[in-house]
Design a protein around this ligand. Sequence first.
Ligand code: NI
Length: 402
Amino acid sequence: MVSISLSPHPVDTTRIRAAIQALQPDLVAWRRQLHQKPELGFREQLTAAFIAQKLEAWGIEHQTGIAQTGVVAVIQGDRPGAVLGIRADMDALPIQEENDVPYKSQHDGMMHACGHDGHVTIALGTAYYLSQHRDFAGTVKIIFQPAEEGPGGAKPMIEAGVLNHPDVDAIVGLHLWNNLPLGMVGVRSGALMAAVELFNCTILGKGGHGAIPQQTIDSIVVASQVVTALQTIVARNVDPLESAVVTVGKFNAGTAHNVIAATAQMSGTVRYFNPQFDGYFEQRIKQVVSGICQSYGADYKLEYYSLYPPVINDERMANLVRSVAETVIESPIGIVPQCQTMGGEDMSFFLQEVPGCYFFLGSANADKDLAYPHHHPRFNFDETALGMGVEIFARCVEQYCH
Ligand code: NI
């Protein structure tokens, strides 16, 4: 049999769409099953078993137990070619669900409040579709990743070799996105999401009587100066044309109105898009804290962690996703390039290794009361987006593996 490869591959709109529309009831059923059994990061045993059982039933080659609970499926096309990775995160959040739906979470205090149940479903739907339609050149590797919400499953999966044997040439991934209505897709080349860094700082002063301050070093006064001075890093050190955030989200000190607190504790987060800031905020925060402490005679302890790098999309892959998404949503005005967020995602580790594109698939529908934000106890999304996600991934394969 002779296969002819054209670029771009001719698009048979009706065939893919019909197959995926037929799959829609299954997608909804799988998503609702997953939604009832949310699991936290690195404890996604039921989720992994659900995925493996489906892949097994469909005769799809797969491996389980990667980075504890990760699963990787490999689907070969009917001729050799490039290797495309598709990544889906699997974990839920420690939130008590407040939705009153028949498929409500059955796990107390845990909820799929970010839509990762939908991501697993879309990846499964794509696996099923591709296993039934192997007329593509190359290989698709579907990566089901644990612990996106923390502490991060992407890095350990990469270290376990998921991008090798066969080597992944490019990668795509999506997030269902209630900041966009159903029918819109947020995609752009370059930075999409921010780097995430975390710091814990303890100011070590000297406690004493609230009426005798001269015998003390007031940690609350010192820490308050620190909080104020930290605001100047973004305001006065960062180029105004760049984006960055320094937030002190936690501040604890003191025990009584008439006692000067010996210690004050703060925690905060730092966000930025430009990878050139790697290490910069850690250094500046240290300078600010140490300088202020020195001037008041206080001491300090500072812990600083770089959690996720920024999510940076490859231009070519972003163009591919954009053109595919236009076909799926049938509207170029539904493509939103102004979709950057200072939120973070460990998809960034995959994008550091291979060119790729992460994008937002609009999933809010206010008419159906499906517009609560992510991580809200009433978060839910329009399940019509599930089929759209499968279609976008299937068309990415059609365009990339040809
Ligand atoms: Ni998420």
